[in-house]
Design a protein around this ligand. Structure first.
Ligand SMILES: [Zn+2]
Length: 172
């Protein structure tokens, strides 16, 4: 059977089914292609030389910060440096680029966790991203060890733990 879908590619979606297995779906345009049934089969992707911003959909020559156009990369809170360094979250100083986004994404409970991927890692994630974050990282085991009330605190705990665990994986 041949299926032809056309549209913008989005980040792979991984969900855990009732058997504890991860089911992957590839978003293409408005469609979601179930990938598990395609294991062992041939799959062809054709790039049409068009990159669009994953936020505003404008055409861009290059994508920044995992899929944004340059203006969005400059403007959006999710593209700010503090996303890579949660211990530098500056929401409380009143300088967040998008306070409403910061309020819903950073000023909410976060977990600091240990995950077993290729080795032991310490990471942080929003409470709504468990277990998505672990599936994305390919973790075979994960253990939340602290629940804190915002992103800044999770970053500070992570930084303190990094003295004992070298490898880190950071998340939004
Ligand atoms: Zn944009």
């Amino acid at each position: 059977m041949t299926t032809i879908e056309q549209g913008a590619l989005r980040k792979l979606i991984g969900t855990r089914n009732e058997n504890g297995e991860v089911e992957y779906q590839l978003p293409i345009g408005d469609q979601r292609i179930a990938l598990n049934p395609l294991i062992g089969k041939e799959l062809q992707l054709i790039f049409h030389n068009e990159i669009r911003c994953c936020h505003c959909n404008r055409k861009t020559k290059k994508s920044y910060s995992q899929g944004f156009c340059y203006p969005c990369m400059q403007k959006l809170a999710q593209c700010d440096m503090c996303i890579m360094k949660p211990e530098t979250c500056h929401y409380e100083q009143g300088t967040c680029r998008e306070p409403s986004w910061g309020k819903s994404h950073c000023m909410v409970p976060h977990y600091v966790y240990l995950a077993n991927t290729s080795g032991l890692k310490v990471g942080i994630t929003r409470h709504t991203q468990i277990p998505t974050r672990w599936i994305d990282q390919g973790a075979t085991q994960a253990l939340p060890i602290f629940k804190v009330s915002n992103r800044l605190q999770s970053g500070l705990v992570e930084t303190a733990l990094a003295e004992f665990i070298s490898d880190k994986t950071r998340a939004c």
